[in-house]
Design a protein around this ligand. Structure first.
Ligand code: C5P
Length: 315
């Protein structure tokens, strides 16, 4: 068997609405998630000895059983009932860690898809999505990718036609030392906003419907109609995280100085902030225009296109 390379793309949240608290402790969400062309690469080689080993070009990343790639591999092997299966796995990390871009979740999704192929298991996507949901709330989206509404705790997917979003691009900013813990952000959200949480399934369903019929989805389907008319993005965690994290404030302030973006927001639980543009050229131009400020504020930046699919095998 030959080596296999799997691409694991990052995501941004174009909409993240916290609806309420669930019985299982998670939050009930209504999100619009979008894959982007910032991609990790996972190389898989078969081994004959049943060992599952992971290495990474980023020495700061744990490569033990805490890593979602290793968890995904063990879960898939146990689902297959074939403990003798092994793999040597190497991750080329491009997506920043602890950034709100679902890099770890996408790596876990890549391991499921890649090892399903490497080991010749032939599990259908529906079954991989079920395993993905056990690994984390964002892992099913990362596996399927593209443009999707994500409900429940994030794992209930509704794929969207986003033909009008095909050429769109983002400029991302993140301070290399900054990271936000997702449990902390949701915990803080509960402290600050619990009084306004919804409680009934009927109220949740009404908000899901509102998102399905939102101007944002219409704009992604039909394209940008006129400059200045793109609907604003919403991220309920931004209101919680922005006052507490200086680099989120500084990043948003930089992006809001730009003339051309369609919209500006924080992704997920942060601290990455992004501006959405009609074309990659504009995102690159904005990156060049802000270069001095990006450097003096110590940000890392990425300009890339939106991407129409999630995890994929090379070739
Ligand atoms: O599912 P995942 O492991 O990515 O979630 C990480 C943490 O984020 C959870 O333990 C929980 O604190 C918070 N979370 C939440 N509601 C969600 C998703 C995540 O409260 N829908």
């Amino acid at each position: 068997m030959a080596d296999l390379i799997v691409w694991a793309p990052a995501k941004v949240n174009l909409h993240l609405e916290v609806l309420g608290q669930r019985q299982d402790g998670f939050h009930e969400l209504a999100m619009l998630m979008q894959s982007i062309d910032l991609v990790d690469a996972l190389r898989l080689s078969p081994t004959a000895d049943g060992a599952l080993t992971l290495s990474c070009d980023d020495p700061g990343l744990p490569v033990d059983g805490d890593n979602l790639i290793v968890k995904a591999a063990a879960l898939l092997r146990s689902r297959a009932g074939l403990p003798e299966l092994g793999a040597r796995m190497h991750l080329q990390k491009r997506i920043p860690v602890g950034a709100g871009l679902a890099g770890g979740s996408s790596d876990g999704a890549a391991a499921l898809v890649g090892l399903n192929s490497l080991w010749g298991l032939g599990l259908p996507e529906a079954e991989l999505l079920e395993l993905a949901a056990r690994l984390g709330s964002d892992v099913p989206f990362c596996l399927a990718g593209g443009t999707q509404l994500c409900f429940g705790r994030g794992e209930r997917l509704e794929p969207q036609d986003a033909a009008g979003a095909a050429g769109l691009a983002v400029l991302l900013l993140k301070h290399p030392q900054a990271s936000v813990s997702t449990p902390w952000a949701y915990g803080r959200c509960r402290e600050l906003r619990q009084a306004s949480y919804l409680h009934s399934e009927a109220d949740f369903a009404q908000r899901r419907d509102a998102l399905r019929r939102s101007p944002l989805l219409l704009a992604l389907r039909e394209g940008v109609q006129a400059p200045g008319t793109f609907p604003p993005l919403r991220n309920d965690l931004q209101a919680v995280v922005e006052p507490e994290v200086a680099s989120v404030q500084a990043g948003l302030a930089l992006l809001r100085r730009l003339k051309q973006p369609l919209a500006v927001a924080m992704s997920g639980s942060g601290p990455t902030v992004f501006a959405l543009f009609e074309h990659l050229d504009q995102a690159l131009e904005a990156q060049a225009g802000l270069a001095a400020a990006i450097e003096s504020d110590g940000f890392a930046s990425w300009a890339c296109r939106l991407r129409g699919r999630g995890v994929s095998l090379e070739g």
